[in-house]
Write a protein that binds this ligand. Structure first.
Ligand code: IMP
Ligand code: MG
Length: 332
């Protein structure tokens, strides 16, 4: 068995969907597994020129690869079935490919109603926190208990460890949210309720020894959606929001913008064991003609993109094997 992991090093919305889509297109996985979160996530994917926003379903479905919502996730049955329907209408073989782990947890109407009342964290109001709370309180509902999921249920042990269909099980783990929102490593309490690190991927039923590449994904600036103050005072952040279309894929909320913090990025790289780094949205800073990175209490301002890229690459050279700068929505 082998597995590559796609992990977000910031606050979500850094382009994991695009990187997962790229990996799926260029490598031969047998499974793509979403390993955390629920329909609070929104992955924007361009497939053959058409835009798709998925919330639950991993990107293997675009390539005929089995796509599993793993046990680390929480699933809303209505949203799941709606997404299946949309993908089916676009011609993808969802009935054959999409599976839900028997031990994934369910987001109920009660969870949704509770999250709707939430104000202090600025959640996506998709019932994520209450569903995880009930899971850990040992009174949650698992996917196997709900009739809507019956046609899609898989047992993860059988699927990954006793699978005779494939010579070798090769997994792409597609993460949701990001390091800055991780329940343990994020800026608590302004976090989500799941494990957004590589540790969270392993919780889905694979041994740590199977991990091959860890693809860390970040943007060359940062964005955050939620209740805390995050955006800096510089009016350029307004311009970046517009140029980068920084509005939530799930809720439509404007994302707060700030420069990238290289120290936080290094910490996220170290804790996740990232060896392949993708830094997205270089084109956006090109549009606003400002290039700046925080390190500690200092802000380093550069005259042009290449100067910033060189500086970042040099800062990270002892940590990662490759740094890819991308300024294209459709490719890395
Ligand atoms: P929850 O995950 O809906 O409970 O929200 C907790 C925090 O995580 C809030 O600040 C949300 O805006 C943020 N969040 C949750 N999912 C995403 C995502 O997919 N992208 C960006 N922020 C997210
Ligand atoms: Mg997103």
């Amino acid at each position: 068995m082998l597995a590559d992991v796609v992990v977000d090093l910031q606050y979500g919305d850094s382009g994991k969907g695009k990187v997962s889509h790229h990996l799926c297109r260029t490598k031969d996985y047998t499974h793509v597994i979403r390993y955390n979160g629920g329909c609070n996530a929104g992955h924007t994917i361009y497939h053959e020129g058409k835009k798709f926003v998925t919330h639950h379903i991993p990107c293997g479905v675009f390539f005929g690869v089995r796509s599993i919502i793993g046990p680390g996730c929480v699933v809303n049955a209505k949203q799941f079935l709606k997404e299946l329907e949309e993908l089916k209408e676009s011609g993808f073989d969802v009935e054959e490919l999409v599976k839900v782990a028997s031990n994934a947890h369910v987001i109920t109407d009660f969870h949704l109603a509770q999250d709707k009342k939430e104000e202090s964290i600025g959640t996506t109001k998709k019932g994520n926190g209450p569903a995880y709370r009930d899971k850990y309180d040992r009174r949650g509902v698992r996917a196997i208990e709900i009739p809507e999921f019956a046609p899609y249920i898989v047992d993860m042990y059988t699927e990954l460890h006793e699978n005779e269909e494939f010579e070798e099980v090769k997994i792409l783990f597609e993460g949701a949210q990001g390091f800055g929102l991780d329940i343990d490593w994020g800026d608590y309490p302004y976090v989500t309720s799941s494990h957004c690190t590589v540790g969270g991927a392993i919780l889905n039923g694979v041994p740590p020894s199977c991990i091959r590449d860890v693809w860390g994904v970040a943007k060359v600036y940062e964005t955050y959606v939620g209740a805390k103050q995050f955006e800096g005072p510089d009016p350029v952040f307004e311009k970046i929001r517009d140029a980068g279309e920084e509005y939530g894929a799930t809720t439509g909320r404007p994302r707060q913008v700030n420069w990238m913090d290289i120290d936080t990025l290094k910490m996220a790289i170290d804790i996740n064991g990232v060896n392949q780094l993708v830094l997205n949205k270089v084109d956006v800073l090109e549009k606003v003609k400002r290039w700046c990175v925080y390190s500690g209490f200092n802000a380093f301002e550069f005259d042009k993109a290449d100067d910033m890229k060189l500086w970042i690459t040099d800062e990270l050279k002892t940590r990662v094997t490759n740094v890819t700068f991308s300024g294209d929505k459709h490719a890395i």
